[in-house]
Design a protein around this ligand. Structure first.
Ligand code: CA
Length: 225
């Protein structure tokens, strides 16, 4: 697995590089945004770790720029910033997961594994999407859980499809509004909450372990394990 570590602090850089190498990653280090912009598009990294506080630019702008350059590898954001706003912003701007400093190496490794597994194709065929015992037939627009058909409205199907395509990763309300309803500005509406509530009643309402989780103040995630 090839990994790009974007981190400017020498201590953390050295420590992470050693620990990640021991864990079997082939690690390249970029000490600032400029070097990351040169390295990332030129090599096919499987995953990126990006510190938000870089000397020459903000980590979030860097992620945005890398996405524009076509870099699709999952990004784990590393940051000393703890606020919900920062996490939401980081996730919305193309980060896939967020870890605050200080962190335990075991947790960092677990999150990397999780991101890499999640990034592997979810579907067995292009027309089907499967998360645990939930299955979506994208052509027939039908969903089943444990083989039982779910009676979903077309809008609920689109919402569930979006959540399942992002299984294991957090999606925020504004991401859902934009992708499912095509609204770019977050209006004063609880449309997302209402639909999630109804969807949950249909998907999770039959005694199976709940799949749709709410992360208070952040958004929603469909559990993939
Ligand atoms: Ca830093």
């Amino acid at each position: 697995m090839r990994l790009l570590l974007v981190e400017d602090e020498n201590d953390i850089q050295g420590f992470l590089k050693q620990a990640l190498t021991e864990a079997g990653y082939q690690v390249d280090v970029a000490p600032d945004g400029k070097s990351a912009e040169a390295l990332a598009p030129a090599h096919s990294y499987d995953i990126l770790i990006v510190d938000l506080g870089l000397p020459d630019q903000d980590g979030i702008s860097l992620i945005l720029r890398l996405r524009q350059m076509g870099v699709q590898a999952p990004v784990l954001i590393l940051s000393a910033r703890r606020s919900v706003d920062d996490r939401v912003r980081g996730l919305e701007q193309g980060g896939d997961d967020y870890l605050t400093k200080p962190f335990a190496m075991a947790e960092l490794l677990a999150r990397l594994r999780n991101l890499l597994r999640r990034n592997a194709p979810v579907s067995t065929e292009a027309t089907r999407l499967r998360v645990m015992d939930l299955e979506l037939d994208l052509l027939r627009r039908e969903a089943t859980r444990s083989g039982q058909a779910l009676q979903l409205t077309p809008q609920e199907f689109v919402l569930l499809e979006y959540l399942c395509r992002n299984a294991g990763r957090v999606v925020t309300r504004s991401m859902i509004l934009e992708k499912v309803w095509g609204m770019r500005i977050q209006p004063d509406t609880n449309v997302v909450d209402v639909h999630i509530y109804r969807l949950r009643g249909k998907v999770d309402g039959h005694g199976q372990p709940p799949l749709i989780r709410t992360l208070r103040g952040v958004g929603y995630v469909v559990k993939d394990r």
